[in-house]
Design a protein around this ligand. Sequence first.
Ligand code: IPM
Ligand code: MG
Length: 418
Amino acid sequence: MAKGPRPLQEMAALQANPRTSSTLISESARRPSPRRPPVRVRCSATPSPPRSYRITLLPGDGIGPEVVSVAKDVLYLAGSLEGIEFRFREVPVGGAALDATGVPLPEETLTTAKESDAVLLGAIGGYKWDANEKHLKPETGLLQLRAGLGVFANLRPATVLPQLVDASTLKKEVAEGVDIMVVRELTGGIYFGKPRGFGSNDKGEDIGFNTEIYSVPEIDRIARVAFEVARKRRGKLCSVDKANVLEASMLWRKTVTALASEFSDVEISHMYVDNAAMQLIRNPKQFDTIVTNNIFGDILSDEASMLTGSIGMLPSASIGASGPGLFEPIHGSAPDIAGQDKANPLATVLSAAMLLRYGLGEEQAAKRIEDAVINTLNKGFRTGDIFSEGTTLVGCKRMGAEVLKSVDSQATVAAALH
Ligand code: IPM
Ligand code: MG
């Protein structure tokens, strides 16, 4: 039987406090889920009541289908080892949906997503649709999906794994140990604010305009998630805004400051976004949890991802107050390498782990996936984006096969122990 979605605060509270980058994944996963007592590793020989979930798969465009196919297999195997059953349903979004139905988010896609327990998305967009009018752009489909699911809190971890520290463009001593969580507001701000559009000014010149707008409740709910996340990490929250110029940011800062008294165990600081962009490169280790609006979060999370060496490694979780969460890699559709078996599937595989943890509360299965990814990297397998001298270059499918092998070997070891 499918469980309902986890309450947002409880999900945020699951975010661990990894002390070193080497332990981000395994240590966070090692903490037992507060929802259920710690369990011994189960294997197929120890039957437990089956849990069944409906997962909506949205492969999308470019490398999306390749990476989602790998993540689906990994999810399936890790789940089956924990007695979890998945029912997958694949529906189109973005360019794929435009080609199939004429719109970037068909009604059936949104309904299917809403009726499921969690949604796993690949990527959307591509050259083919770049010149489309706004309502027919693949990106519009993604924004409609986020709004339709009400997933206002977007968690984007950026962790420098010791195995990949050489893949960072920063000096080793700057990158080593970086472990940041960007909490991005996802359904408000300038992305959705009205008025917006095209028009002309009094000189008759064409103009385009958008509105950066936030209400106190919108700021309050995202800030609460961020405080909860920070509380479970290293207890430091930096709120990023442009309160020296923008009214929406002034209200943002006032609201976050007011809330801080409810979280006296969290050390709050505020930073202007231009300074934050600089500090992320200068001394990224000063950051623990960052909370920011939609557009600053879009930009800063790409920047933070590059500290880790490759955007191809980074997952994300988008969560609302109720209903299914949306889980997606933060890289885009990479049309230049699509269909060539060159994509790094690990960001999507790790998004599947976030889906298990934050979306379904299946901590043990999430840990299986994360451990398998670490194990695969430890064996030296690398896709092109994270390749360095002395490692083994593999494609998307082989990387997926190696992760599956690692998940499988956990089962073998567990069976041997029983
Ligand atoms: C992201 C992307 C999207 C965004 C685009 C594809 C609409 O850049 O998820 O960061 O701007 O939010
Ligand atoms: Mg982006």
